[in-house]
Design a protein around this ligand. Structure first.
Ligand code: 13P
Length: 338
């Protein structure tokens, strides 16, 4: 695939009023989610849950693309139609998670590094043949006792760059996801400092490995206090600090930024995205690529029961719509009751 196709897909992924659904929970993570509603995590239940989300009426008004897990990209519904084709029929772009999860970083065992570079080119080529148009790799930057060693940030950034270059060589748009975890007692200033260091390192490595920045989507964390911090930050403060760091670190030719929710509640992540988009001079599209913050209420409503599908889809669509409004800076809390 040539560069212009990659660039077109990246633009479609972050199109105005739309965002990305992260439904690529690994087998272990989806088990945790299904355990929380006492539903067994087997292939059929995982498929039913995701099929329920993907077949929500009018999902395509708010969702541009869906990140899938390997199993889902290969799954078909009861009529033999691939789940990825159900998405494509609605003009929703199917993508695929290609990393292999985290592992203790050699030399710095308390800190994670993402694995999965071995065999990545072959996996990407196969996923391209299966119809995926974009990929995701999540690097996890964990703050422990107020530090992250620079070596750990560098190793994660190197892996992200090798991944992004490989994905583009296979004709797939890479979602580049360096997530500074919310976990911990750190304050918002430390999140800001470590996110800035991480993003600078990531763009240095992307440049080194000749990644076409017009053909990526960046998926960062917002700048927020740690989840165990006693500090409170307003939506405006979070927006202001997040925009400051992004403007400092992210080149203008990146077409779009799609945030992860990272443990924020559904409403918080929508309010924060909206506050960010109320700034009128952002050089990129700024949208959502949420997992938990799009799915949590829908999962709770579903409970694994066929009779709950319609209500659960309504709940999911409502969240997608609220975030679509936040992408345009047009959200407010009163809309939650519509
Ligand atoms: P959350 O929005 O639940 O953080 O998930 C997004 C994601 O894709 C993490 O890799």
């Amino acid at each position: 695939m040539n560069n212009s196709s990659l660039e077109e897909i990246a633009k479609l992924m972050v199109a105005p009023s739309k965002g990305i659904l992260a439904a690529d929970e690994s087998t272990g993570t989806i088990k945790k989610r299904l355990d929380s509603i006492s539903v067994e995590s087997n292939e059929i239940n995982r498929r039913s849950y995701r099929e329920m989300l993907f077949t929500s009426p009018e999902i395509n008004k708010y969702i541009s693309g869906v990140i899938l897990f390997d199993e889902t990209l290969r799954q078909s519904n009861n009529s033999g139609k691939r789940l990825s084709e159900i998405l494509e029929d609605k003009n929703i772009i199917p993508g695929i998670k290609v990393d292999k999860g985290t592992w203790p970083c050699p030399g710095f065992n308390n800190f994670p590094i993402t694995q999965g570079l071995d065999g990545l080119k072959q996996r990407c080529d196969e996923y391209f043949e299966l119809g995926a148009k974009f990929t995701k790799w999540r690097a996890v930057i964990k703050i422990i006792d107020s530090i992250v060693p620079i070596e750990v940030i560098e190793a994660n950034a190197y892996a992200l760059a090798m991944y992004a270059a490989t994905a583009q060589e296979s004709g797939l748009v890479p979602i580049v996801e360096p997530e500074v975890l919310m976990d911990g007692k750190h304050n918002i200033e430390l999140c800001k400092k470590i996110t800035e260091t991480t993003l600078n390192m990531v763009f240095e490595k992307l440049d080194k490995y000749k990644v076409n920045l017009k053909g990526i989507v960046l998926k960062p964390n917002m700048i927020v206090p740690g989840s165990e911090s006693s500090e409170d930050a307003t939506h405006n403060e979070i927006a202001e600090k997040t925009i400051f760091v992004l403007k400092k670190c992210v080149p203008k030719n990146v077409p779009g930024i799609a945030f992860l929710s990272g443990g924020q509640t559904e409403i918080e992540s929508t309010l924060n995205l909206n506050s960010i988009n109320q700034s009128k001079d952002l050089p990129w599209e700024v949208t959502f690529s949420y997992g938990r913050a799009l799915q949590q209420s829908a999962l709770n409503k579903w409970q694994g029961k066929e009779e709950n599908i319609i209500e659960s889809q309504k709940v999911f669509l409502h969240r997608a719509k609220m975030n679509s409004l936040a992408h345009n800076g047009e959200y407010n809390l009163d809309l939650e009751n519509t």
